[in-house]
Design a protein around this ligand. Sequence first.
Ligand SMILES: [Zn+2]
Length: 241
Amino acid sequence: MKYALVNGDRQEAKAGLRGVCQACDLPMTPKCGQQRIHHWAHRTVNCDAWWERETLWHRDWKNRFPQEWQENRITGPEGDFHIADVRTHYGTVLEFQHSHLSAVDRRLREAFYGNMAWIVDGMRNGKDPATFASFLSANIPDYGKVRGWRFQLRRFPLVDNWVSATSPVYLDFGDTIFPNTGLPPHELLWRIKKARTGRVIVTPFLRQNVIDHYKLSTPLEGFDPHPPPSGPQDYRSMDWP
Ligand SMILES: [Zn+2]
């Protein structure tokens, strides 16, 4: 974890410090080696079975939000608890998911956190950015209130695995450039959502726009449709907030 309590204050890991877990009060050890980002580890097993080994990607995402929103203990009705990556001032939990998550586990977390959104690391599997790009170029952009692309749901586990989520899901392909899309060359997040036809709509947003949406409660603003809408658009009534 990024934080432990040292004499009652949240602190980042540093060699020589002694801390306790802010969720379970058990002792934690600072890990400040060369291989992984500096972090705190429980001396025994992590009290949060949902905790994912942190990567630089996780840490970068947490750091885009105020410190006091990061790594918040959320307690369920039966006293069980988990540590949310970020819990915003507005009560939304943001989970930054790097590794594969089964549908069962995803549903459990969505039920526990309620008001939440997923940011999914699209760079974990080296082939996924190229596969995603090939889907974009093979499909004509679809125009509703904002620009999006409509995919057939097939043979793309990264999208297939997340399309049934009940909470918003944003794929993060880092600075991958998707040519010939008419979009800015980097810093996008792609929201995925099932369309009524059973297909998938992927909608790009500027990464900063999504961050601001959760950080400042500003509206999510997709890219203007161009050319103007024509033909069937089965997602125009989608509930974009
Ligand atoms: Zn703990």
